[in-house]
Design a protein around this ligand. Structure first.
Ligand code: UD1
Length: 421
């Protein structure tokens, strides 16, 4: 099993190119099921998760080709199977989003209940509620969801989400694009990935209005056309490298990063005493010897502080002056990195959904274990800031969501390498 070895203490200098967003890419790939024409996605991140989604789509009949460059072409000329088995769904929650497109196009589908990171219960009730509002009949049995559209296909409907779930909003948009008439999604999630999906579906011929606000209207079509669509820049990868620079020190321009997608994070970084500023073509983050102060954060749906950057922020706060409180409100079990950070000397106590981080003078390298995708990268950040050697085990979690991580960091002067047994 691969592991990552970091010799901490090097400052980071230079440029890091930000990849397309994993979380957006996976839903855009699902959108390819909605049309018999070609969908070409550019700026596609090459990740274990996108390969996994491609594998599932291929099983359903989609021709998937990678390249040239960071392009992926998907062609669902005909859907040959509407069954997504447990083995292809359990590893990654986003695969569940094939259910709506399959029912919308083929009238029925059977998809296993999903898996994904072990960060909470993460049910799919809201996804199913959304599909029911479009007329689908849902049956659950033996770990599978079987959905059937009414005769004549899905019909536009009113979808009211009790919680602004990202996945359920996207699922509803995908299915509604191929439903008859208008659908309205109330209390929709507002993440930039939702706007990205809306742009793609609109270019495919659906009419999607209001993405980025809490009310989204989708005018469905009988058929959708192909598209070439660039995947939006990854705001979580952006946040991760920004926090790596803020924790380890240095001066780096994050090329292609979208300033407007991480405003709360930039404020927190600046409040702590490092620098984040918008520059031509990206964001510059710097810390040149300044002391870091403790800053409190609370995760919230967008535009609040992203839960997917919480672990990385905690690693940054580990050596801040004073205390910071990190409150997690999206997932109930998302502090698994805290004991691992403590192995490097961090002083963190967890009380329910609150972690109290008392800044220490320095972190010292140690062997640690990755527990989920974002937690694992927080250990890399801590390792970069620590004195001595840190070994991060179980890095397959990292490979799910970070493209060429070691290469990007090495180019900026980090001493980091991957070892395979
Ligand atoms: C997406 C992101 C994930 C991110 C999360 C929140 C992808 C592939 N993943 O996950 O990286 O951390 O948004 O920004 O895009 N919930 C329910 N019932 C449902 C759906 C969700 O109770 O049917 C709950 C979940 O258990 C969780 C909360 O809602 O507590 C947030 O989930 P949601 O916004 O749906 O996140 P995901 O789409 O799973």
């Amino acid at each position: 099993m691969d592991r990552i070895v970091i010799e901490g203490g090097a400052r980071l200098h230079g440029e890091i190119g930000i990849s397309g967003a994993k979380n957006s890419a996976l839903k855009l790939m699902a959108a390819a099921l909605l049309t018999d024409e070609k969908v070409a996605l550019t700026s596609m991140p090459r990740l274990a998760d996108s390969r996994f989604m491609a594998h599932l789509l291929a099983r359903l009949g989609v021709a998937v080709e990678e390249g040239p460059g960071s392009q992926m072409q998907l062609h669902a000329a005909a859907i040959t199977d509407t069954y997504a088995p447990y083995d292809l769904v359990r590893k990654m929650r986003a695969t569940f989003n094939v259910l709506g497109p399959l029912v919308a196009r083929e009238g029925r589908a059977k998809v296993s209940l999903p898996g994904g990171c072990a960060i909470g219960a993460r049910p799919v009730d809201l996804h199913l509620k959304a599909l029911e509002a479009l007329g689908a009949q849902i049956e659950l049995s033996e770990g599978y969801v079987e959905a059937t559209a009414p005769k004549g296909g899905l019909v536009g409907g009113e979808i009211e989400l009790p919680f602004a779930s990202v996945g359920a909003t996207e699922h509803a948009m995908l299915a509604a694009s191929l439903a008859r008439g208008e659908s309205v999604i109330d209390n929709a999630a507002r993440e930039p990935e939702i706007a990205d999906l809306a742009d793609c579906l609109t270019a495919m011929g659906a009419e999607v209005e209001g993405a980025g606000t809490s009310t989204i209207r989708v005018q469905g079509r009988d058929r959708l056309n192909g598209v070439t669509h660039p995947v939006v820049a990854d705001r979580i990868e952006t946040a991760t490298y920004a926090l790596a620079v803020a924790a380890a020190g240095g001066d780096v321009v994050l090329k292609g990063a979208r300033w407007e997608h991480n405003k709360v994070l930039w404020r927190a970084i600046n409040d702590a005493g490092a620098t984040a500023e918008a520059v031509e073509g990206g964001v510059r983050v710097a810390r040149n010897g300044s002391t870091i102060r403790g800053v409190d954060i609370e995760t919230q749906p967008y535009p609040g502080f992203p839960t997917d950057a919480q672990a990385q922020f905690m690693a940054f706060m580990a050596t801040a002056e004073g205390t910071s409180v990190v409150r997690e409100t999206i997932f109930e079990n998302r502090f698994m990195h805290a004991p691992e950070l403590a192995r490097l000397g961090a002083d963190i106590s967890v009380h329910g959904n609150e972690a109290i981080v008392r800044g220490v003078d320095k972190l010292v390298g140690a062997p640690v274990m990755a527990t989920d995708l974002r937690a694992s990268v927080s250990l890399v950040i801590a390792g970069l800031a620590a004195e001595g050697e840190t070994v991060v085990n179980r890095v397959y979690h990292l490979d799910r969501g970070f493209e060429r991580l070691e290469e990007k960091l090495t180019k900026c002067g980090a001493k980091i390498q991957r070892l395979s047994d």
